[in-house]
Design a protein around this ligand. Structure first.
Ligand code: SF4
Length: 490
């Protein structure tokens, strides 16, 4: 049957990162706010997918990105008032839900519109989300079907119980509908990147303007204990579909660099080889980067990656101790990691290694093993994260069982959390100790003459210097742009 959709005004919202955000330690030495505003300025890909789906149905869509544009609640309220939306879809992050709910309350009090929460927090804690009166609905899944169905139901004023993948209240009763159906990535339109200023998207390690992110697959079939992506069924897009999105990015938006955000890009070696050969065959000129496991690359694959424009590989290394790698169910050896990194460097690509401090069974000795291992590798960059148990990982479930508290919920409610529950159950180091070691790991890795020389003589060193200057310019430009926004009278 042919469905007629009427035009609604829909605002997609990514709220700014709260500077008081507590239990999110990204990168050890830097705050989450600094990390996302200065180092990793990714576009809001999930919201851009919603934008594409809603535009396809004829709705008028606007996106406000508080994170990338540095907007305060006053800026967001003023801009939202000008647009006067019928519906707001807002991300609610697990890191600072309290702040985001407060911000959405201000919007609800100012604008007479439906507010729909989506993202990590509503997916993990739907009941806790919907008890906030300013939230009319929350999406309990990825939302690629629900976003259209709920918009249609609001527009046509039909009952909501048939919309899958939502939670709402009716006469004080919480109604949670059936889960939304699985989606086929190839049937979803490409993210509506035209909704944002792509020139403000970049990372401290990007080489070219203009930059964007993309996803060629979701989920992961491995079973690392701390990981949340393993619970998402692995699904790859077709090569034709990914190539078509790349061509759209190059031709319509002059994108020159793409970071693939797949959890593990090289799971399907055959897919990767065909993908690279298609890039070469079509003479697509763009730089790209991926994240993967060190045991899923080989000489031929890396050579093909480099030939087709891959300039950087980010490896999840996590620890320099074999026993810790076993505790994490990583199923790979230190020698495999070393070989993969050396091969990647040989092919002329940049290499970044991710390490975790505070792993399952971590001791002072194993942390030092990790520091020593990081320094023994010819890495260009290393990132040392302090481990936080993330729901619904194994680590998180064991912490919850051991301490009888859900740390994320307790933090959301503003309660005091037992410090030991913010780290894996069998780590003997204190939280303070973990921070100390993460910072020490950075200093010992980067402040070595050998590493400084490696970075200074690295072929991309001038690009990175230019990039840092450009990020500064973005912030200056945005400062003046924000000045031109008339504050909301509310
Ligand atoms: S950590 Fe990486 S390899 Fe392990 S399950 Fe998660 S995505 Fe897969």
């Amino acid at each position: 049957m042919f469905t007629v959709y009427n035009v609604m005004k829909i605002l997609l919202l990514r709220l700014p990162i709260n500077s008081a955000c507590k239990i999110a330690s990204v990168g050890g030495m830097v705050s989450s706010k600094f990390y996302f505003e200065w180092l990793v300025r990714y576009p809001p890909l999930g919201l851009l997918y919603y934008g594409a789906l809603l535009k396809q149905k004829g709705h008028t869509v606007k996106l406000l990105d508080g994170e990338l544009m540095g907007y305060t609640i006053n800026h967001i309220t003023a801009l939202a008032k000008q647009f006067n939306p019928d519906i707001i879809f807002s991300s609610v992050n697990i890191y600072n839900p309290q702040f985001e709910f407060e911000t959405l309350k201000v919007l609800k009090d100012t604008l007479r519109c439906h507010i729909i929460a989506r993202g990590h927090f509503p997916r993990l804690y739907p009941e806790e989300t919907i008890v906030n009166k300013q939230i009319d609905f929350a999406l309990t899944g990825k939302g690629f079907h629900s976003v259209i169905d709920i918009t249609d139901a609001i527009e046509k004023k039909v009952p909501f119980e048939n919309v899958k993948g939502i939670i709402y209240t009716d006469n004080g009763n919480i109604i949670k509908t059936a889960n939304e159906e699985a989606f086929n990535f190839d049937t979803i339109p490409f993210p509506a990147r035209e909704l944002i200023d792509n020139s403000v998207c970049t990372t401290a390690l990007s080489k070219y303007d203009t930059f964007t992110t993309m996803t060629a697959s979701i989920g992961c079939p491995y079973s690392c204990t701390y990981c949340v992506d393993r619970y998402i069924p692995y699904q790859t897009r077709s090569i034709e579909n990914v190539i078509a999105e790349i061509e759209e990015c190059i031709n319509k938006l002059s994108i020159k660099e793409i970071m693939f955000l797949d959890s593990t890009f090289t799971i399907d070696r055959n897919w990767c080889m065909h993908f690279c050969n298609e890039i070469i065959k079509r003479k697509l000129t763009f730089a790209w980067a991926i994240r993967t496991r060190a045991d899923l690359v080989d000489d031929e694959l890396l050579a093909t990656f480099a030939k087709s424009g891959c300039i950087s590989i980010h490896y999840g290394i996590e620890s320099g101790n074999e026993q810790i790698l076993q505790n994490l169910h990583r199923n790979m050896s230190l020698s495999q990691i070393k070989t993969a990194i050396e091969l990647t460097i040989q092919k002329g690509m940049e290499v970044l290694g991710f390490f975790m401090i505070g792993n399952e069974g971590e001791t002072t000795e194993t942390v030092h093993d990790t520091m020593r291992f990081a320094q023994s590798l010819p890495l260009h960059f290393a990132q040392f994260n302090v481990v936080f148990p993330m729901p619904p990982s194994d680590t998180y479930e064991r912490v919850k069982k051991k301490f009888g508290v859900d740390i994320w919920l307790e933090a959301y409610k503003g309660k005091n959390i037992p410090p030991d529950s913010c780290k894996p159950p069998n780590s003997t180091l204190s939280l303070k100790g973990l921070d100390y070691f993460a910072n020490k790991a950075y200093l010992m890795f980067y402040l070595r003459p050998k590493q400084l020389w490696r970075l200074l003589t690295f072929k991309y060193a001038p690009y990175i210097a230019i990039r840092i200057f450009k990020i500064l310019l973005i912030h200056i430009k945005q400062y003046f742009k924000r000045l031109s926004i008339t504050p909301s009278s509310k």
